[in-house]
Design a protein around this ligand. Structure first.
Ligand SMILES: NC(=O)c1ccc[n+]([C@@H]2O[C@H](COP(=O)([O-])OP(=O)(O)OC[C@H]3O[C@@H](n4cnc5c(N)ncnc54)[C@H](O)[C@@H]3O)[C@@H](O)[C@H]2O)c1
Length: 356
């Protein structure tokens, strides 16, 4: 019998509770503590503990001082990540930090540099990699079956941003901007699939429909709700992102396609549908299936991705091996989002070298 790993949650809003439910379902894991300044969020964590013992703290620094955890899972709002990480990294314990790593490239670079010598696991929660249909599409793209990969297209057409505690996500200064906050997932996927770093970003976008009449402390919400982004990679791969956050009337919320010199793979969410076709087979040769991963015990809000990610995190801690999603990955995804925002703001193509 292995000694259970003791987890502490920092931030127990929507995503913190998703982590808690996933961790509850894992063997040899105990969620022993939670910290959140918002009483209702802490109450929700107590409820989600389902009778398990849970020490609760209003201030995460008191949780750190209690020194009762092996792993900290940070799901506080984006604008708190830098300060919280500075404190949590001083403990030398294992860390899982929600995306985006930080809201600015500078803060993300600071954390990336600290993480390079970190004595324990440092894992960034870019969990779209773990959605079963997406994972399968990536495996196919990397298998060579499609020939050399040249084009990657991602479309997210979905509902507007949800309401968050204290409405922190209504302002770009808090989130890093939509293309950092939300689309860091997609930029991470592009870079992972392309197996290269980005070179140049061109984007157009704006806030045209959502939250236009929302004011908080006299300030109008300023978050972008649609964008088209093109990314060119160092190895010649081209990629595009088509984002609309006023597209509830879509059958698929996310669509990924990867086209190589021999064929194409497509993945669709939430259905989990996968389509694979070779040029030689034409339209009739396209095979369609629905991808499931039987290991998933909790579907959650992310099609089982959080659960599968936690399995890999746990395995990495037990094996004393490196993170599969690193601070460097987190930093790159922030850089790409920031470059897209700069491209929109300055109406020009942006070289990634401007951020290096
Ligand atoms: N991986 C994903 O797909 C995904 C999905 C949703 C959210 N997220 C990320 O998770 C994080 C939390 O988002 P959410 O949707 O749960 O927001 P939320 O508003 O529902 O919850 C955030 C919680 O953090 C608490 N908090 C604020 N300051 C804190 C601090 N200093 N210390 C501890 N807790 C603090 C708030 O009181 C709140 O309870 C964000 O970084 C967000 O980008 C990731």
């Amino acid at each position: 019998m292995t000694t259970p790993l003791r987890y502490g949650l920092i931030g127990t809003g929507m995503m913190g509770l998703e982590h808690q439910r996933n961790l509850n379902a894992l063997d040899e894991v105990l969620v022993v503590a939670a910290a959140d300044p918002h009483p209702a969020s802490l109450d929700a964590a107590r409820f989600t503990a389902e009778g398990r013992e849970l020490d609760c703290f209003e201030n995460y620094r008191d949780l750190l001082a209690a020194d009762m955890c092996d792993v900290y899972v940070i799901s506080s709002p984006n604008m708190t990540h830098r300060a919280v990480l500075d404190d949590v990294m001083a403990t030398g314990r294992h860390i899982v930090i929600e995306k985006p790593l930080c809201t600015t490239v500078e803060d993300a670079a600071h954390i990336r540099d600290l993480a390079a010598d970190y004595p324990a696991l440092f894992w960034v929660g870019l969990e779209y990699r773990y959605m079963p249909a997406i994972t399968r599409a990536i495996d196919i793209a990397h298998s060579g079956e499609l020939g050399e990969v040249h084009m990657i297209a991602i479309r997210e057409h979905r509902h507007p941003f949800l309401v968050k505690v204290d409405n922190w996500n209504r302002f770009s200064a808090n989130t890093g901007g939509t293309l950092v906050e939300k689309c860091c997932h997609f930029f991470d996927l592009m870079r992972l699939i392309a197996r290269a770093n980005p070179m140049r970003v061109m984007a157009s976008g704006g806030q045209d429909v959502n939250h236009l009449d929302e004011f908080y402390a006299g300030q109008r919400s300023d978050i972008l709700d649609n964008a088209l982004v093109i990314v060119e990679f160092e190895n010649g791969v081209r990629s595009s992102l088509d984002l609309s956050m006023f597209a509830e009337g879509s059958q698929h919320h996310e669509e990924l396609s990867v086209v190589g010199s021999r064929g194409k793979v497509e993945a669709f969410l939430p259905s989990g549908e996968l389509r694979v076709g070779l040029r030689s087979g034409g339209t009739r040769g396209v095979s369609t299936s629905v991808v499931h991963n039987d290991a998933v015990r909790v579907e959650g809000f992310h099609h089982g991705a959080s659960y599968l990610e936690h399995l890999d995190i746990l395995a990495a801690i037990r094996a004393d091996s490196s993170a599969l999603v690193t601070a460097e990955d987190g930093w790159w995804s922030v850089v790409m989002g920031a470059a897209a925002h700069r491209s929109i703001d300055e109406r020009r193509s942006v070289e990634i070298s401007e951020f290096l």
